[in-house]
Design a binder for this molecule. Structure first.
Ligand SMILES: [Zn+2]
Length: 101
């Protein structure tokens, strides 16, 4: 079995009175701009998803939102370091090793 890389945290955010979240953000905190202000749509944290990369987190997010399956950007290509398929034109994060294109 491969060495598994630590999973990353993603959080789903939305407006305080919404029934469902409206965005998925990498990390534990809300989306912030370069000047440090918080995106006004991030009023309430709905839930946490832990996944190996952005594409996996989006697949789970789409399931929970009741949407069609998530379609990653670009075609899957082989990771130059470990050989698994990943989306170099999407997040560029390999799910299996620390490679990031
Ligand atoms: Zn890899």
């Amino acid at each position: 079995m491969r060495n598994e890389v630590p999973k990353k945290m993603f959080t789903a955010w939305g407006l305080r009175d919404d029934k469902w979240p409206s965005m998925l953000v990498g990390g534990d905190g809300p989306l912030t701009y370069n000047d440090g202000t918080v995106d006004p749509d991030c009023q309430k944290k709905f839930y946490v998803i832990t996944a190996c990369n952005f594409e996996e987190a989006m697949a789970i997010y789409h399931l929970r939102q009741g949407w069609d399956p998530y379609r990653p950007e670009g075609r899957p290509t082989e990771c130059p370091e470990c050989g698994v398929l990943y989306y170099s034109k999407g997040s560029g994060q390999c799910w299996s090793c620390t490679h990031h294109s």
